[in-house]
Design a protein around this ligand. Sequence first.
Ligand SMILES: *Cc1c(COP(=O)(O)O)cnc(C)c1O
Length: 366
Amino acid sequence: MAPVLKPRPGVLDIEAYVPGESRVPGGVKPIKLSSNETPLGPSPKAVQAFTAAGVALERYPDGQASLLRQAIARRYGLNPDRIVCGAGSDELISLIAHAYLGPGDEGLFTEHGFLLYRIVVLAAGATPVVAPETNLKADVDAILARVTPRTRIVFLANPNNPTGTYLGIDEVRRLRANLPDDVLLLLDAAYAEYVRRNDYEAGLELVATTENTVMTRTFSKIFGLAGLRIGWAYCPAAVADALNRIRGPFNLSAPSIAAGAAAMDDVAHIEAAVRHNDEWLPWLTTEIGKLGLAVTPSVANFVLVHFPVEPGRDAAAADAFLKERGIILRRVAGYGLPGALRLTIGTEDENRKVLAALGAFVGARA
Ligand SMILES: *Cc1c(COP(=O)(O)O)cnc(C)c1O
């Protein structure tokens, strides 16, 4: 038989990531609350820096992204040598998987964890292992129970998407302390800036004090730069070294580096986004609850809304009903949550409209 070109084992087991939808029928401009983007947009200073960087596009960017790494280091008091930037934190999560996982290894994540983890584990030729959650929340004991001698990475989104739940830093520390030293703990803190809980920490200290913990962050959420693709990882020295060897030498564009640095410096803009979320996250949680729909308590910029499992009243029906009214939420069946929709906190106007539409949906089917 003639040889046939095939990708590596695992690649064809991957179900490609499906982004939040952005179109509704009729071509009207939708209210898009499906991808956890910020309703405030990016910092005007970031937009200015982006535009200014557009005048020398024939030049390669700084392959070290020094301006950006320094801005991040200044803001959080970190060693810039331990910061690795990427084209979104997605790229960093993927690089980490490729650096530490191979055939025969296991990558462990939780039941309703971010879908990218399964993709990057399979892409690296390794085996995904899933730990059950308790009440839609990561469960440290359940994770530890699934560690084997083949486990190389534990992926933990904290807070998690799409549930919005989180683990307090004591639980994260307990997880780290009970994992073998040759297991990398990846703390994906994409929503860290939104969290207002005394017992929450993104994990900077754990990274600084262990050799095997990495934290990833993104400019796609509160910083409002999802379209530019900028993320960063804070790493132990040896992990930063590994990632710097395998990443693309120019993995961030010059406009991304400039805009990211400007965004990081615009503290007032981030504070405004936090205040907006602090106002509307509880409002939506309470008001949707009053409609008789369960809402999972969230610390991020989105909520998970649960619908009855009844044809006509279920999540699929709600999704169709809202879409007809130009409102896009996120179906999360792929996350093992077929009965729920994820709703991103929007502008005041968007929040009021989505609540009214949910009220109409529930009322029409009562
Ligand atoms: C949005 C999100 C990311 C960020 O992805 P980027 O590639 O930085 O845009 C990472 N992890 C989780 C859990 C997310 O929800």
